[in-house]
Design a protein. Structure first.
Length: 237
């Protein structure tokens, strides 16, 4: 069109420049088509550049994600190697230490069946005091019980051998005393020379709680009925 366009010309300036040109005055339609074509070309170029920019952003995000995954895998591999080197001895030492400390705070493995509830009561208190993880409780229990339950657990599945509550259930079921034995044990209980009165009271509470459990006592009314029933039974002897 033979026009000189300033470097910093704006759209308004270009419009005014075109409208003042001789070509615009001679053939307005041609000039408009020409301008529309130029604007369309610029719009397409702008959109193309925008798409290319978005594509580059996506590629960059993918690259960052790949780097994150690679770093995570490397860290996992390093952690696994460190665990393989340190874990066996660390776990073994930790378990042995826990077994010793828990055993110190637990009453000896009972000889009489009616004492197993007290054994588990003291064992679980030791677990709580030592903050023993759940996954180690079954292993510690088996170590403390030793040969006492070897025959009993011979046919227990591998999964159940790792379940503390399952082993406890099996042992209590096998050695569960009759309610009469449990009540008799409660009445005959005496403080041991090594016990404080607080420990003795705790042992009595655990023993009586277990008796109530065997008698299916669930509330105050059923407890009253049990006491009366026991008293009547005594008068019949």
């Amino acid at each position: 069109m033979g026009l000189t366009v300033p470097d910093k010309a704006k759209v308004v300036d270009l419009k005014a420049l075109i409208e003042s040109s001789d070509m615009y005055k001679d053939d307005i339609e041609l000039v408009r088509n020409l301008v529309d074509g130029i604007l369309e070309e610029k719009r397409e170029k702008s959109e193309r550049e925008k798409r290319e920019y978005e594509i580059e952003k996506i590629k960059l995000a993918q690259l960052e994600k790949q780097l994150e995954i690679a770093n995570a895998r490397e860290n996992l591999a390093n952690t696994s190697q460190t665990t393989e080197i340190r874990e066996p001895s660390s776990l073994t030492n930790n378990l042995e230490s826990l077994i010793k400390s828990v055993k110190t705070q637990t009453i000896p493995v009972p000889v009489r069946s009616e004492s197993f509830n007290l054994f588990f009561h003291s064992l679980e208190k030791a677990f709580q005091n030592k903050s023993v993880p759940n996954e180690l409780k079954a292993e510690i229990l088996l170590n403390i019980l030793g040969e006492k339950v070897n025959n009993l657990l011979a046919y227990v599945s591998r999964e159940d051998l790792c379940d503390y509550e399952k082993i406890k259930e099996i042992v209590l079921k096998e050695f569960e005393p009759t309610p009469q034995e449990c009540l008799s044990n409660f009445k005959k209980a005496q403080r041991l020379p090594s016990e404080t009165y607080v420990q003795f009271a705790s042992r009595l509470c655990a023993s009586f709680d277990y008796y109530c459990q065997l008698r299916k006592v669930t509330d105050f009314r059923s407890l009253c009925d049990l006491i009366v029933s026991d008293k009547i039974f005594e008068t019949l002897e």
